[in-house]
Design a protein around this ligand. Structure first.
Ligand code: MN
Ligand code: MN
Length: 453
């Protein structure tokens, strides 16, 4: 008999039975619906919380509960029969996505056009956001303390917004600049109005915009100061290609891992305690009260210990952490057919080839990386093999081509075993990121196996 000595990868699609292929497409339908309705971190938390409630999780339950933090973090916990002191299985993702935020004093008028001034959030290519329909989502606190939820652009009856781009005819000077110089942050101004208010002498278009906003939402200009308004791509997630094998949409990074970890915990028949956490602020460094560098992880473990009837002493918290395993569930980049020069074929993720395990991230010589130990890599890949998960290993791109980080290192700092593990994307951080439905499905399948380990 021939011995298998080489490491080979195979497309998920070639492995699937007809029944499985149907399951893959059907799972993607629900995911697309979630992604289309979850354009902000707050909405992602809200919609996953609703799914949790539908799956019999509640704030007060002892066995299946969730903890919410400031509307921007959610921890979903399914207690196991084994004491949490023996360790818990955690999957941590992030639901914040690169976007364009409004400034606190956003509204102004120039050349009889009213605009919102913005400050972008996270790593974007600025030109991606020009000349395309945009929507505005977020919250505003009015003077009287009332909280207002805003969603404009995705309903068919809504207007949309746009950032204008310079016409090619007059772009001679712009064309000779580098991309960084050609597109300036201060020029990402959103067009919000063009009709002047009659009998108004100064800034009549701005005055008209303010009047309409006030009539519709009771907002006055000062209320923008106590608002979080996010400009995001308008439109729904869609199938891509004649065979409908890919999903294009805004925010796969990293709502794809948030969604799959949630559906995995709902289905999991776990012996150890399972926990799925949605973090915020990953795209700007994970700082602050809702980022992965916060003590939220400790709050969760205290709650788990209490509900298991254990005292949340410092020693017990440390014991749980030292014995726990965590998947930093974040997206990887698939090998881009048009930009193969930034990838190394053997160690790059292939689209449609399954869930990606990433031993280390970082840049410039693994700088800033959580380089997971071989013991833990072995443990995780064995779990996936046993459950029939199609997985592959990859790093982000060629050595010295660039790089990036995730929440992995911040959680590993607590003494938890951590590895990066998620779905490969094309066009990461663009307004229309692309993921394979097969990889989406294998991510869900892999996360479920991890919770059940
Ligand atoms: Mn990410
Ligand atoms: Mn990202």
């Amino acid at each position: 008999m021939e011995k298998k000595l080489g490491y080979e990868r195979k497309s998920c699609w070639l492995k699937y039975s007809e029944k499985e292929t149907k399951e893959v497409h059907s799972y993607a339908e629900d995911y697309k619906d979630f992604l289309s309705r979850s354009k902000t971190e707050r909405l992602s938390v809200e919609n996953i919380k609703k799914l949790a409630i539908k799956n019999k999780f509640s704030e007060s339950s002892k066995k299946t509960f969730f903890i919410e933090n400031r509307g921007k973090n959610l921890a979903i916990v399914k207690m196991g029969a084994v004491s949490p002191l023996k360790g818990i299985n955690i999957i941590g993702s992030h639901v914040d996505v690169p976007r364009i935020d409004l400034k606190q004093v956003p509204l102004y008028e120039k050349e009889n056009i009213a605009h919102f001034k913005t400050h972008y959030y996270g790593g974007i290519k600025k030109y991606h956001w020009l000349s395309r329909p945009l929507a505005i989502y977020g919250v505003v606190f009015l003077k009287n303390g009332k909280k207002l939820d805003i969603a404009i652009g995705d309903d068919d009856n809504d207007p949309v917004f746009a950032i204008n781009d310079l016409l090619p005819h007059l772009s001679r000077s712009q064309n000779s600049k580098t991309v960084n110089e050609a597109f300036e942050g201060e020029k990402l101004n959103i067009i919000v109005g063009s009709i002047p208010l009659k009998k108004t002498e100064k800034d009549a278009v701005k005055a008209n915009a303010l009047e309409i906003i006030n009539r519709k939402y009771s907002i006055v200009e000062e209320d923008f100061i106590s608002a979080e308004l996010e400009v995001v791509p308008q439109g729904k997630a869609r199938d891509i290609g004649f065979d409908r094998g890919l999903v294009g949409g805004y925010g796969h990074d990293d709502r794809i891992c948030g969604y799959t970890s949630a559906t995995a915990i709902f289905e999991a028949k776990n012996k150890k305690t399972a926990c799925a956490i949605l973090f915020d602020k990953e795209e700007v460094g994970s700082q602050g009260a809702t980022g992965a560098q916060s003590k939220f992880i400790e709050d969760i473990i205290i709650e788990i210990l209490k509900r298991a009837g254990e005292k949340p002493t410092y020693e017990n918290i440390r014991t749980v952490m030292k014995n726990s395993d965590l998947l930093s569930s974040d997206v990887s980049c698939g090998i881009d057919p048009d930009f193969q020069e930034v990838h190394e074929q053997n160690n790059g993720a292939k689209i449609g080839y399954g869930l990606v395990i990433t031993k280390y991230t970082g840049s410039g010589g693994k700088y800033g990386a959580n380089d997971s130990g071989a013991e833990f890599v072995f443990k995780v890949k064995s779990i996936f093999d046993k459950a029939g998960v199609t997985w592959q290993t990859a790093e982000l791109g060629k050595v010295d081509a660039g790089g990036g980080g995730t929440i992995a290192a911040y959680l590993a700092n607590h003494g938890i075993s951590v590895i990066d593990c998620g779905t490969a994307l094309l066009g990461m951080h663009s307004p229309f990121e692309i993921a394979s439905k097969a990889d989406l499905f294998e991510t869900h399948r892999g996360y479920k196996a991890f919770f059940e380990a």
